[in-house]
Design a protein around this ligand. Structure first.
Ligand SMILES: Cc1cc2nc3c(=O)[nH]c(=O)nc-3n(C[C@H](O)[C@H](O)[C@H](O)COP(=O)(O)O)c2cc1C
Length: 180
C-alpha cells in the first residue's frame, strides 16, 4: 500500500494497471475541500474512494468524532462507490453509519484490534454487566491474541515494524483492560 499519492499518480496507475485503483483519503482542511479532491480522483479514474473522515493529526491519529457529513456529501455528489471510515465501534454503528451517509460500505480499523467480535450482529453493544455475563467468554483472551499475532509476525518477518507490533499488542490489552 502506498502511503501518499498525488492525484496524477492515481491517474497514471488507473490508466496503466489492469486492476482497479482506489484511494483512501483523510479530510482536507477546510473539510468541504474533500469533495473537490475526491471528484478530481474520480475524474482521473479512481474506482472507489474510502474517506477516513478525520483530519490528519500527528498525535491522536484515530481519536475524535469522524465527520460523517463529509462522507454523505461525497456519496451525494459522486458516482463511484464511497466507503465510510471512522466512528464504527459496534454493530449498530455500521447500520447508523450506512443509513446516515448512504455509503456503499464501511471500513473498520482500530476497534477490530480490541474486539474482533465487534462487527458481528450478536456482539456486545455496551460494556455493561449484561455484556460481561453474556459475552465475557466470547471476547478472545488478549494474551492468546497477542501470542497468535506474534506468531504471525515471526512467520512473516518485515510485515510489521517493532513499534507497530507494540502498538497492536497494546490495543489488544487496552480493550480488555477497559472492558473488565
Ligand atoms: C493497525 C492499523 C493499521 C492501519 N494501517 C493503515 C494503512 O496501512 N493505511 C491506511 O491508509 N490506514 C491504515 N490504518 C487506518 C485505518 O485504515 C483507519 O483509517 C483508521 O483506523 C480509522 O478507522 P477506525 O476509526 O475504524 O479505526 C490502520 C489502522 C490500524 C488500527
Amino acid at each position: 500500500m502506498f502511503s501518499v499519492l498525488t492525484v496524477y499518480q492515481v491517474s497514471g496507475m488507473s490508466h496503466s494497471l489492469t486492476v482497479p485503483v482506489a484511494a483512501k483519503l483523510r479530510l482536507c482542511q477546510p473539510a468541504p475541500k474533500t469533495l473537490d479532491l475526491a471528484q478530481s480522483l474520480e475524474a482521473r479514474g479512481a474506482s472507489w474512494i474510502t474517506l477516513h473522515a478525520r483530519t490528519v493529526s500527528a498525535r491522536r491519529r484515530r481519536q475524535g468524532e469522524a465527520d460523517l457529513y463529509e462522507v454523505k456529501r461525497l456519496k451525494d455528489h459522486m458516482h463511484i462507490p464511497i466507503i465510510s471510515n471512522g466512528n464504527v465501534r459496534v454493530w449498530a454503528d455500521i447500520q447508523d453509519n450506512l443509513q446516515f451517509t448512504g455509503a456503499d460500505g464501511v471500513m473498520i480499523g482500530e476497534s477490530l484490534l480490541g474486539n474482533p467480535w465487534s462487527v458481528t450482529s450478536f456482539a456486545p453493544k455496551t460494556h455493561d454487566s449484561t455484556y460481561h455475563s453474556l459475552f465475557a467468554n466470547a471476547v478472545p483472551d488478549p494474551v492468546d491474541i497477542s501470542l497468535e499475532y506474534l506468531g504471525v509476525c515471526r512467520d512473516y518477518p518485515g510485515t510489521a515494524t517493532i513499534p507497530n507490533i507494540q502498538t497492536h499488542i497494546r490495543h489488544f490489552i487496552d480493550f480488555q483492560w477497559s472492558a473488565h
